[in-house]
Design a protein. Structure first.
Length: 167
């Protein structure tokens, strides 16, 4: 009876050693593979230059940059009072308008009209609509469309909301 118990403990010990050694070996193999791919050692320098990857993994990402870096015009902060006289709340709004490099002067010249349009729109929106987190996307699209109508669609690319606080 003692012979079978010693055989069972020896086989359990062997299986644990085998499990942990295979786990350690697989981690080392994964780390070596990652290092080889990251440092471009898989193909070698002569083959990787044929395929256009001589600097490493991140060498091809320069083409993802836009051809023209956009300019941003900051809108003046808007504070809108909302609600009735006995239940007044305030909305603080700040945004940037994305314009082309040559269109920034047009947007700056039309800034009072843009602020008037945004102020009028934000006053017209109901408070429950402003409180819903999902409505910010719709509000942004509506405000972008209004700014594009004032300044011209070709002059304004996007409206980026940087502050939208309802007190």
């Amino acid at each position: 009876m003692t012979e079978t118990t010693t055989e069972v403990t020896v086989s359990n010990k062997n299986s644990r050693v085998l499990f942990f050694s295979s786990l350690l070996l697989s981690i080392a193999l994964a780390a070596a593979t990652f290092w080889a791919a990251y440092t471009n050692r898989v193909l070698g320098p002569e083959l990787s230059s044929k395929f256009g990857k001589s600097e490493g993994i991140l060498s091809g990402h320069d083409s993802a940059l836009p051809a023209q870096i956009p300019s941003f015009v900051e809108l003046e902060p808007i504070v809108v009072s909302l609600g009735t006289a006995n239940k007044t709340r305030h909305l603080r709004f700040r945004a940037h308008v994305e314009v082309g490099n040559e269109n920034g002067d047009v947007v700056v010249a039309l800034m009072p009209r843009i602020l008037d349009v945004l102020n009028g729109y934000l006053r017209a929106v109901d408070i429950p609509e402003l409180e819903r987190p999902s409505s910010l996307i719709r509000l942004r699209a509506q405000m972008l469309r209004r700014v594009q109508l004032v300044a011209g669609e070709s002059n304004v690319r996007d409206l980026l909301i940087t502050e939208f606080v309802l007190n």
